[in-house]
Design a protein around this ligand. Structure first.
Ligand code: URA
Length: 208
């Protein structure tokens, strides 16, 4: 268990472009989705395979197919939605849950306002999705919720993490692997990751 920095050149290239304050909503959204697809490739690297006999037009052979694992993808609203499509590009049969949390501007603590998860949470491997691992409080709260529903296997996919958020997650949920494209420098007094990319939700949805 630990922190996996996904340093594939395509991901690092796109991350730099979307950090740029001049990148507009359309390009931001498209690149975030592309990065999510590339990260999903990495996060699913250890999905188990089993032998499978197949007859090609030429001969019979034994190939590999995925063991019928059930995957659940859970974006934390709202910024997590920006990575959902990218993950589903690679895992189209995954069930999708949603967890809605907002940050209290005073305490920076998460407040739950929505939760809808697949009923068979105990049997699923979950990929929790939130582009910004800042204080870590939202991710911790979302993992708390998933575990209360019986989830036993959870991975966290983010784009940019702050060292503070990584530390909080590792302390509270050491069993949850974190996949991120970058661990940035620090959190500022408003809870923004520095240098980060600003407010991910605003940049995805064009709000401000
Ligand atoms: N959420 C964001 O969208 N950006 C940050 O920098 C921190 C939290």
């Amino acid at each position: 268990m630990g922190v996996h920095i996904v340093d594939h050149p395509l991901i690092q290239h796109k991350l730099t472009l979307i950090r740029d304050e001049k990148t507009g909503t359309k390009d931001f959204r498209e690149m975030l989705e592309e990065i999510a697809t590339l990260m999903a490739y990495e996060i699913t690297r250890n999905l188990p395979l089993e032998d499978f006999k197949v007859k090609t037009p030429v001969a019979e052979c034994t190939g590999k197919i995925l063991v019928g694992r059930k995957v659940g993808v859970v974006p934390i609203l709202r910024a997590g939605l920006g990575m959902l499509g990218g993950v589903l590009n690679l895992i189209p049969n995954a069930k999708v849950g949603h967890i809605g949390l907002y940050r209290d501007p005073e305490t920076l603590k998460p407040v739950e306002y929505y939760c809808k998860l697949p009923a068979d949470a105990t049997e699923r491997e979950f990929i929790l999705v939130d582009p910004m691992l800042a204080t870590g409080y939202s991710s911790v709260a979302a993992v708390d919720i998933l575990k209360r529903k019986g989830a036993k296997n959870i991975k966290l996919m983010c784009l940019v993490a702050a060292p503070e958020g990584v530390a909080v997650m590792q302390e509270r949920h050491p069993d949850v692997d974190i996949y991120t494209a970058a661990v940035d420098d620090y959190l500022d007094d408003h809870g923004y990751i520095v240098p980060g990319l600003g407010d991910a939700g605003d940049r995805i949805f064009g709000t401000k």
